[in-house]
Design a protein around this ligand. Structure first.
Ligand SMILES: CC(C)(COP(=O)(O)OP(=O)(O)OC[C@H]1O[C@@H](n2cnc3c(N)ncnc32)[C@H](O[C@H]2O[C@H](COP(=O)(O)OP(=O)(O)OP(=O)(O)O)[C@@H](O)[C@H]2O)[C@@H]1O)[C@@H](O)C(=O)NCCC(=O)NCCS
Ligand SMILES: Nc1ncnc2[nH]cnc12
Length: 273
């Protein structure tokens, strides 16, 4: 029987990818700026990660040392294998590399917190303490987008969010989703765009080849919410315009998608949706 935390992790991946219409992202209606993927790639990718999330739950349940960075190291070893399992399932498409990292941390931390009666986000900060220093400051091989952007723009990307305990989720996205109303589709689209008003998405910066795109996204996403979000005709129109612009410029909001995924996960765990 699959553990309920594992089930909620898989549900959050599927709820995110089926939500449409999402700018710069894959959904049932369009692969967006991702010619190497479609909705079926994401379903295959999600299913391939079930075993990884089950292991993340087990690591959280059975970890007894005081230094939680060691729990993250255990998770990371299994996460590296999960990346390979994902790439096998997707025939080489990078669907969930960032989600393997972020959602894996949330699943492991949730399992540990439930076992030890600790606070979820505080647990995450203890797991990820020193991550930017370890991965980026002390690292000389600038291979990935995140590593290159750290040097070029002094941003920590996904690692910085994790080390800070995901303030975008804790302080903004989760309270927003909790208080949102309407259909699940509307609530999730508006939460995605709420995230897009503040995130520094390293995936978007990689696609754009500059940092200025971040301000553009923040402004466009703010405009969408000011126009009433997906429940309003004007909001829908703004979203269509944003989708078209992402397609024309090959902009991906992969980081926003991953933050939505972990927000949905915590919302499932707390009964907000
Ligand atoms: C820490 C890692 C995520 C390392 O990844 P990297 O060094 O690349 O660091 P970042 O660029 O900072 O982040 C990588 C992915 O994380 C998502 N992301 C981006 N910004 C944020 C943010 N501010 N907060 C949270 N998450 C963020 C995003 O992932 C999504 O986009 C990817 C799809 O991108 P796409 O451009 O379509 O596909 P590509 O193939 O990459 O390029 P194209 O050729 O198509 O243009 C997809 O991954 C989404 O999830 C960023 O891309 C972590 O992976 C890590 O530590 N890796 C080392 C090995 C390891 O330890 N793995 C196990 C970790 S448990
Ligand atoms: N729907 C999506 N499209 C593209 N990249 C993603 N990463 C996570 N979810 C995604």
């Amino acid at each position: 029987m699959t553990n309920s935390i594992t089930q909620n992790a898989l549900r959050s991946l599927l709820y995110e990818v089926v939500t449409e219409p999402k700018p710069g992202l894959v959904d049932p209606g369009s692969p967006g700026p991702h010619p190497d993927m479609d909705i079926y790639t994401f379903i295959d990718s999600s299913i391939s990660l079930e075993s990884y999330f089950a292991t993340a739950v087990k690591i959280g349940q059975t970890f007894h040392s005081t230094d939680l960075t060691q729990m993250f190291q255990q998770l990371r070893q299994r996460g590296i294998t999960a990346e390979k399992e994902m790439f096998t399932a997707t025939h080489g498409a990078n669907t969930h590399k960032g989600a393997i990292f972020a959602l894996g941390i949330f699943v492991c931390a949730e399992s540990y917190s439930m076992t030890n009666k600790t606070e979820l986000f505080l647990t995450i900060t203890k797991m990820c303490k020193g991550l930017v220093q370890h991965d980026l400051v002390q690292n000389n091989e600038l291979q990935t987008a995140g590593e290159q952007e750290f040097v070029k723009y002094k941003i920590g990307g996904a690692r910085a969010q994790a080390e800070q305990g995901y303030p975008i989720v804790r302080e903004v996205a989760l309270p927003f989703l909790k208080s949102s109303t309407g259909t699940v589709q509307t609530r999730l689209l508006d939460t995605l765009m709420k995230i897009a008003t503040i995130v520094v998405d390293s995936n978007l910066i990689k696609r754009a080849g500059n940092y200025d795109v971040v301000k553009w996204l923040h402004q466009e996403a703010t405009k969408y919410l000011d126009l009433g979000g997906y429940a309003a005709a004007a909001g829908k129109k703004q979203l269509q315009k944003l989708s078209k612009e992402c397609l024309v410029h090959n902009y991906s909001l992969g980081g926003c998608a991953d933050l939505l995924i972990v927000t949905i996960f915590v919302a499932f765990e707390r009964g907000y949706i």
